[in-house]
Structure formats: C-alpha cells, structure tokens
Design a binder for this molecule. Structure first.
Ligand code: SAH
Ligand code: SF4
Ligand code: F3S
Length: 473
C-alpha cells in the first residue's frame, strides 16, 4: 500500500526526469484477466484527464475487458476523478453511493477510483475509513501500473492503494484508445510548477515534465497517417513547454515542427499569460494549420487579487498581451477562465474584473466560484466573501460574458467558415456537429459522408452557445 502525502506532493526535486520506453508491462498471465468481463470508466475534469481515460481504456482492453456504456452492465467500474473544485468532489462521492448499491447487489464486481482526487491525502484517508468496499485506488503517476494493481486487488481481495506523491518519470509506451477517429489529444507535458495559490493541480500532477519533442512529433506523424485531422497539444501551461528540458527547445519550436508535419489542424491548451512569447505569436500567425484560437485564463481583473493568487501578471500586462494577440491575429477567438469570490475580493476588485471583460469582450469564458482546496495557500486565507454575494457576482459576470459571446458569434452570420464535422449532434440527431477553426460549435444538416471532413459552412443562424449553418459544396 502506498498512500498520498501532501508534504511530499508539494516538494520539487531536481531529480532528472527519465524517459522510459519499457515501463508499461503486460505479463502474459494478466492478458486474460478480463476475458468475458465488461468495464465502465467514467472520467471527470480536464482534457488531460480525458486523455488519461483513453490510456486507461486501452490498458483494460489489453487485459481483454470490453467496454460498456453504463455501470449497471459492468463487471469493473472505475471513476477517473477531478479535484479542481468542491463540486467535482461531491459528484464523485455521489456516484460512489450508486456504485455501493450495485456492489451490494453484485458483490463480485470490481470497483476503483483514480485520477486527481486519488492523489489527495484527505480523500484517500476518507476512502480507507468509509469506503472500505472500494477494491482499488491508484494515482495519476501510476496509470501504467494498472494491470498489476488490478490483478493484486482481484487476487488478494483486499483494498489495494497505490498512489505515489512524488511524480515518476515519463512513460512513453502506454497504449491509447482514442475517443475520436478525427481529433486527438497529445500530452506535451505533465504536471505544473506555477503553484497558483488556489490550485490543487501542482499537488495532484507533480512537477512540470516536458515530453521530448521527437516522441510528440512521432505521435503527430502517426496520427496524420491514420487519417486524423486535428490534434490538441495538452499541458497545464503549454507555453512553458521545454523549459525543463536539457535542450534548447521551446513551445515556439514545437509549434513550428508540429505545423511542418502538415497535419490539418493544431490546437494547444492551456496558455498561461505569463509565458506567452512574441515568438509563439509569430509562429501561430505564420502557419495556417495552427488554429486561431487561444484560451488565455485571466482569473481576475484586480491586481490585488492577481497577486494573492500568485498569477505573476497584472491586469495591465494581461491587456497588453491580449491586444498584441488581437493585433497580430485579428481573426482569432480568445476565451478565458475567471474565478469570483477569491478571499479578499471586494466589490471594487470584482468591478475590475468586469472592466477587463468589457475591454476584452471574450469569445467565451468559463466562470467559477472560488473553492478552497485542502493544502493550498488560498485555503488558509480568510474566505470572507459571503456565499450569496459570490453567487450574485457569478451571475452578473455570466450575464456579461454571455452577452459578449453572443456578440462575438453574431460576427459569423452569413460568413463561410471551415468546420471539422465530428458526427451527429447529441442534442438533436437530425444535425451533424463540428467546430470552426476558431472553436465555435456549429450544427449543420448533412449525411454520413462528411463526417471526419473539414467542410465549408455558411452560417445561417447564430446563438450564444452555438450556430447553425449549411454546407457549401
Ligand atoms: N492550467 C490552467 C488551469 C487549469 S484548471 C491555467 O492555469 O490556466 C481550470 C480552471 O479552473 C482555472 O483556470 C481556474 O479558473 C479554475 N480553478 C482552479 N482552481 C480553482 C479553485 N480552487 N476554485 C475555483 N476555480 C478554480
Ligand atoms: Fe493550476 Fe496555476 Fe498550474 Fe494552471 S498554472 S494548473 S491554475 S497552478
Ligand atoms: Fe481536474 Fe486534475 Fe484536470 S484536478 S482539472 S482532472 S488536472
């Protein structure tokens, strides 16, 4: 049993990160463990966690399990969790109630949890006390060990916990079962060293470790060969890519080399404003296959709050960067993340945030109420904004954000834009859906033959969250 430890998770060592190409091992006797058995994996959280979910599914299929769409049909249920805010926690604990019920009816099913919540000391303590019936827990650094963890849990029939607090090395040979045949996620780095004071990620994902460019480029070339149209380069702060490598190779170099593979669409998330260089902007404008879409989290428009958050930029430098981006990439869409109700946020601080929203008129924004995370510095600050005030601020902010989303979308009316058609719309199966180069959701009428294609679409109807259009032949 290895359980997480917050003090260890905070540490950053200068230990060299090794690249391991044989670390994922599937012993012959483990390959048949899942024969005739079904699995259900539920993933919460960010794209990185979704991508981990794709690795987990491939590993389970290597063990002969087959995927099913509901947990009621499954012999193995795994929750791949997110720890970013309290409501993410609550959802998982709510779901565990349902799983417990199933386990009572069918004691032979195997149940486990993994992901960012599994990296939290308080969560694992609670699981050991109150959720003894869960068969196994593993962390974000142990995914490649899933075959061994699972088989131990099954054989020993006692709760198996394996969560390393300090990150491991980079494992390059983990298989992947991608959710889409047309667009793919590619990790370019793991972890985060920014330690924004509110954020749990540096503790759950460990120190920043960039993948070597040759592995990333090989993955892109392979995906292109398989017919993929779009890739998204993933990292908590992609702009800092390469800073931890022992070669002189940065995000702008990677963008250029990926663009040269001629894969049709390249996206990247997330950009921290602090590390956005002019060279990066130049590469984005130079290569038409780097999509004109930038997610640039603001978090707050108040310099006092930004300082308390440890974001290392001011509203002035944020605006300067924003304006530079708009000037050099006039067609681009820019989206953001904003937190309201951070400790010490006065009405005036909040108005500063609204001011920036009014200036930048973001294409869209994810907005959140501050949620204290155990172990982070902000959790020790005085949470002094009353609950109903936080909700009021969020509501006001959302109203403004939605107004600008709608305005930004209106500019697309009657324009012809390229859309990668992904499949049928989940909301209305009469429509196909896809995204523009600028990441706008578009619904169109059409048949199967355009799925997986980038087609020109004339926008005929514009809404706040999506648009309708018709395919131009
Ligand atoms: N690495 C990304 C953010 C990943 S988390 C970046 O730095 O931009 C996604 C978003 O969740 C953050 O941008 C932030 O707005 C929000 N968030 C993170 N921790 C939070 C917390 N404790 N309470 C509320 N929102 C939080
Ligand atoms: Fe969290 Fe900040 Fe790292 Fe983003 S940059 S993951 S907000 S610590
Ligand atoms: Fe959540 Fe972990 Fe991602 S906390 S947002 S799943 S890195």
């Amino acid at each position: 049993m290895i359980i997480p430890n917050l003090t260890e998770a905070k540490k950053r060592t200068s230990k060299e990160v090794l690249v391991k190409t044989n670390e994922y091992i599937m012993e012959n006797e483990l390959k048949k463990i899942g024969q005739g058995k079904k699995y259900f994996v539920k993933t919460y959280g960010c794209q990185m966690n979704e991508h981990d979910g794709e690795n987990i599914k491939a590993i389970l299929e290597d063990m002969s399990f087959t995927e099913v769409g509901t947990m009621e049909e499954a012999d193995l249920i795994l929750l791949n969790t997110c720890a970013i805010r309290e409501n993410a926690h609550n959802k998982v604990f709510g779901y565990l109630g349902r799983i417990k019920h199933l386990k009572e009816e069918r004691p032979n099913i195997i149940t486990g949890i993994c992901g960012c919540m599994a990296q939290e000391e308080v969560v694992v303590e609670e699981i050991m006390k109150k959720y003894k019936w869960l068969d196994f827990v593993f962390g974000t650094h142990n995914i490649h060990k899933l075959p061994q963890i699972l088989s131990t849990a099954i054989v020993r029939k006692q709760q198996e916990i394996e969560v390393m607090s300090v990150e491991g090395d980079i494992v390059e040979n983990i298989p992947v079962k991608r959710a889409s045949k047309y667009k793919a996620w590619i990790n370019i780095m793991y972890g985060c060293d920014k330690f924004c004071t509110y954020c749990i990620v540096p503790y759950t994902r460990g120190k920043q470790r960039s993948r070597h460019p040759e592995y990333i480029l090989e993955e892109v070339r392979q995906l292109k060969k398989e017919g993929y149209k779009e890739i998204t380069l993933l990292g908590q702060n992609v702009n800092a890519y390469g800073k931890d490598l022992n070669i002189d190779y940065k995000m702008e170099d990677l963008l250029e080399d990926v663009a040269k593979t001629k894969i049709e669409r390249i996206r990247f998330v997330t950009s921290h404003p602090w590390d956005f260089t002019d060279d990066m902007i130049n590469k984005i404008s130079k290569y038409p296959n780097i999509m004109p879409y930038i997610h640039l989290p603001l978090q707050s428009g108040s310099n006092k709050i930004l300082k308390l958050m440890g974001r290392r930029y001011t509203k002035e430098t944020y605006l300067e960067l924003f304006q530079k981006l708009k000037q050099k990439l006039p067609y681009s869409s820019i989206t953001t993340d904003i937190i309201v109700g951070f400790p010490g946020e006065t009405q005036e601080d909040f108005e500063d945030t609204l001011d920036i929203v009014n200036t930048c008129k973001f294409d869209s924004a994810f907005t959140f109420i501050f949620s204290p995370r155990v172990g982070t510095p902000a959790a020790k600050m005085k949470d002094d904004v009353p609950e109903d005030e936080k909700r009021k601020r969020l509501q006001r902010l959302n109203q403004l954000v939605n107004q600008y989303s709608n305005e930004a979308n209106q500019k697309y009316f009657n324009k012809i834009v390229p859309v990668l058609i992904e499949g049928y719309s989940e909301k209305d199966s009469k429509y196909l859906m896809g995204y523009t180069d600028t990441m706008k959701l578009v619904n169109v009428k059409g048949d199967d033959s355009v799925i997986g294609q980038i087609v020109n679409v004339r926008i005929t109807d514009v809404k706040t969250w999506s648009m309708n259009g018709e395919i131009i032949q």
